[in-house]
Write a protein that binds this ligand. Sequence first.
Ligand code: DHB
Ligand code: MG
Length: 630
Amino acid sequence: MKTSIATVSISGELPEKLAAIAAAGFDGVEIFENDFLAFDGSPKDVGRMVRDLGLEITLFQPFRDFEGMPASHRQRTFDRAELKFDIMQELGTDLVLVCSNVSPVSLGGVDRAAADFHELGERAAKRGLRVGFEALAWGRHINDHRDAWEIVRRADHQNVGLILDSFHSLSRKIDINSIRSIPKDKIFIVQLADAPLIDMDLLYWSRHFRNMPGEGDLPVTAFTAAIAQTGYDGYFSLEIFNDQFRGGSTRSIAADGHRSLIYLGDQVRRVPGAEGLTVPAMPDRTTVEGVAFVEFSADQEDARNLVAILKTLGFRKTKIHRTKKVELFEQGDIRLLVNTEDSGFANTSFAVHGTSAYAVALAVDDAEKALVRAIALGAEPFGQPVAEGEVEIPAIRGVGGGLIYLIDHKSDLGRFSEIDFRPSEEADHAVVSAHLQRVDHIAQTVAYDEMLTWLLFYASIFEAHKTPMVDIIDPSGVVRSQVVENNSGALRITLNGAENRRTLAGHFIAEKFGSGVQHLAFETPDIFATAAALRENGFRALPISANYYGDVEARFGLDPELSERLKAENILYDRDDGGEYFQLYSGTFGEGFFFEIVQRTGYRGYGAPNAIFRIAALKKQMRPEGIPTV
Ligand SMILES: O=C(O)c1ccc(O)c(O)c1
Ligand SMILES: [Mg+2]
């Protein structure tokens, strides 16, 4: 499988785009005509620039409104094609993409179109060029790859072939079995794009909402597998028209694109009959078995405040690191580390972001395999020196530059707290257990335009799926939320994308100088028992508006006694087909970090309908005068 991307997919000027495409690791690039026209340099200059970067031009596109033109227009259409052929020869590419005609004057008829392509093939052959035909989903007469293939078949010319584009085929739900019978040599190139399912006009959907394979909802893996089953092993080229990408970071969108193709290739080669696809072998996606620990970086003063909150939540200091200023707090299966080192990565992270949950350790089935896969998918490995005899935990950089540690029980990794730590002498006798058992979810706040990046990152490395995006209403704007989770519930990461800095999430990013963990949710089997224990520990729950409880009682038909108890403890309530959900919040710590406690009885969501009330309460408590707008 060779990888390519169309210049239209990323932002910037042509030289910047090409440099980012090369840096991301692509083998080739499609030159989109407008990028070439806007560039102040000859076709030869562009060709040289591409080759100097070690790239190949996979095709030049698009050539529009070609097939089926009436006699009055036909000659001019061929003249136009010859001019494009001149440019292609100077660029140094042999393939042009002809997309199906949208002109109102064009005429239908498969044989008419086939004759046009035969003649174009003759002209191309004279110059050693090739012509690929792509059916646009909104083409006037041809809008289905099966019809485009029939025209190519009847054109019967060695220099004329088919171009498949996943968006055009999948947006129209065309049966992908129709691909398997196409001879692989007649597929000149394959373009790939995914898209979120949105019910809208095909052209508008295609030109504004495409995204990288794996980022949307279309069955791109099955489409690609059908192509691989023909034996095709040529270029797979991303062609992503997306408003957000056009304005995004050129380098990071290009890197996401490359990751998406490698991930796709790895999924496809595991499909029976598609093993012939040449993709770098890597271990399969890693199973996450739980959250092994979450580590905070803080200075001494913040650490004192944080530890005080942890104690009110029922955590006891159980261990102290043998050589570092790191303390371990435990409750149920939850482990929290508080790191106050004066040097090293935790300290650097503190210097940049202030007190934060900068590292998350995931318990996986095989840490070494997980690391190998993550690196194969472009993740950045992390390591720093450890003292003699201490456990070196493999890690990669994650959201906001934070760390994801990988821990398993196949090695000493699972015993790190016995090896690196000694028991704490502090007894914490006064702390009452709050029955917290495990981390339910980790909520990371990111800038909205980073959301797809991190969804793809998590889902490509770990065995997990994403849930549909939901809108979280903040009194000052909308925050989009999407979850990466696995079937067992051992991995649940909620990604909240903030579009403006007046929302609680946006304020967090602005004040913290970047994305990161904004809240941790712990699970209890009995929210009322937990609330009672928390009270004993002096925990102050986030006060929820009294108005909320009247509505909840009416909406769900709750027993008034239950709604009174919820109100007395400031517990939020939700319900779905699976069961009930109870939520209790702490106040904010620093610039918007907080803890959540949940009880779920089969409920699968995250309490999105309650978010507006919780956010309003958090904001009121954090800044009674309101979050500043600048
Ligand atoms: O939106 C378009 O016009 C357009 C052009 C060229 C393509 O390859 C394509 O898929 C769409
Ligand atoms: Mg296309």
